[in-house]
Design a protein around this ligand. Structure first.
Ligand code: GLU
Ligand code: ZN
Length: 299
């Protein structure tokens, strides 16, 4: 008789990730997400991965990915394993589309943005479900979304409800320009990387329901989600390249890191301010409390 198969995956290693898009240098808001996901994982002695979300070449800036990685290293945020690049995962995305197709969950859509506006729709309510307009140059692929209300628990923001169809409509999974949509890629990659917790900016809170819906359609177990407040400028706009956010200053990383711990509600002692990056991160790891992160959406 053979002995029972040895299963090593009965205990899952807590695994987190930071997944920047290489659209510009790291700014303070993204650093907060990096620090929060890093410390939450390190406090559980888990695995922290970095993924480069480079699936939208028109929005990317040459050199931004290596610039971001260099900044992470300068802040002592060292990752485990190899970096995953979404640009190398296109076959997996197509394979998932084929699975959705088999389940009859996706359809071609020939509508341009103008068509949708002309119909007076702010979200896409399924115009092409029963057939697209032939003869158009470009077709997007959309997911059939049902009208159920989704609910889930966010580790920071608490109970969440989403009327997915009213909020997202039949959202795009492959764009008319042929690029795969962010929701599709993020869901597949989190699964591929065995991510158990997704800690990211609250600007993505409203994306979560769409991603959970896709996970369900693809038989993927969702990670736990935690959305941290996003840093905003004096006009209340999220820090980003579009709003002219300053790249993070490399002048005094220890001070910036200390401020990040403060903004994440961790109340570091004042004298930690004069410490090295390593000591600050160590303090963060020893004293980390996810529940102290403010449960608001902006800072
Ligand atoms: N790449 C996305 C962004 O930079 C984040 C993806 C995610 O954390 O789910 O906004
Ligand atoms: Zn359409």
């Amino acid at each position: 008789m053979t002995s029972p198969a040895f299963t090593s995956d009965t205990v899952t290693t807590p695994t987190g990730r930071f997944a920047p898009s290489p659209t510009g240098p790291l700014h303070y808001g993204s650093l907060l997400a990096a620090v929060a996901s890093y410390l939450n994982i390190r406090s559980q002695n888990g695995t922290w991965l970095v993924r480069i979300d480079d699936l939208d070449p028109p929005r990317e800036i040459a050199g931004a990915a290596s610039d971001i990685l260099h900044t992470l290293e300068s802040f002592g945020l060292h990752w485990d394993k190899d970096i995953l690049y979404q640009s190398r995962r296109l076959e997996a995305y197509d394979e998932a589309l084929a699975r959705l197709q088999k389940k009859n969950l996706i359809y071609l859509c020939s509508c341009s943005r103008k068509d949708i506006v002309q119909r007076g729709e702010s979200i896409y309510t399924g115009h092409c479900r029963s057939g697209y307009i032939a003869g158009r140059q470009r077709y997007a692929i959309r997911l059939k979304v049902s009208k159920e209300t989704l609910s889930w628990h966010d580790m920071i923001q608490g109970s969440q409800f989403s009327r997915l169809f009213q909020e997202h409509g039949d959202f795009v999974v492959r764009r008319a320009d042929g690029l795969h949509a962010y929701h599709l890629a993020v869901v597949l990659d989190d699964d591929y990387q065995n991510i158990t917790e997704s800690i990211r900016g609250a600007d993505l809170l409203s994306s979560t329901s769409a991603q959970m819906y896709l996970q369900n359609a693809l038989d993927i177990e969702p990670p736990q989600y935690a959305h941290i407040p996003v840093a905003v400028n004096t006009r209340g706009e999220k820090l980003s390249k579009q709003t002219g956010a300053e790249p993070i200053s490399m002048h005094d990383p220890a001070r910036t890191l200390f401020k990040a711990l403060q903004d994440l509600g961790q109340s570091p002692p004042q004298d930690l301010q004069a410490s090295s990056i390593r000591d600050i991160l160590n303090w963060g790891k020893q004293n980390w409390a996810l529940k102290k992160i403010p449960s608001k959406q902006t800072l």
